[in-house]
Write a protein that binds this ligand. Sequence first.
Ligand SMILES: Cc1cc2nc3c(=O)[nH]c(=O)nc-3n(C[C@H](O)[C@H](O)[C@H](O)COP(=O)(O)O)c2cc1C
Length: 140
Amino acid sequence: MSKVYLAFHSVTGNTEEIANLFAQYLQGADYETEVVPFGEADVDELVNSDKVALGCPACGTEELDEEFLEFFDEIKERLSGKKVALFGSFGWGDGEYQEEWETSAKDAGIDVYGAFSQLEGIDDEGEERLKEFAEGFAKA
Ligand SMILES: Cc1cc2nc3c(=O)[nH]c(=O)nc-3n(C[C@H](O)[C@H](O)[C@H](O)COP(=O)(O)O)c2cc1C
């Protein structure tokens, strides 16, 4: 069975909820999943998984969390060529912090599937979008 490793950062639980739901949808598409706060991630296992999903909310001023960014910068070269989905929650605006993240991932050679963003906690509409996003990622 193919495996998706999902590593996330979350302060108030919104991105964690997306990570767990994302994993459920991937399991429904016959993937094995591992959902881990990024600080506890086994980097070798992460980079060797078939696909990877990375989650972080908007922090600072339209930025990734500083420690998560360090983690991402450390692993991104090792993810070159890998199919990776990005996700996270934001509080206002339109989740534009993900644009720079996606560009930096692509510049590192990562095969970015896309970025899923959700205003605060996930709602019914967000669940539908996430289901579609996960099903597309499963097939990609
Ligand atoms: C210190 C701080 C900075 C934030 N900066 C932004 C921001 O720049 N843009 C934004 O849309 N939301 C921002 N937010 C809102 C969070 O991204 C939002 O509440 C999100 O749902 C938190 O996700 P989490 O529950 O996974 O931690 C900020 C929140 C905090 C506490």
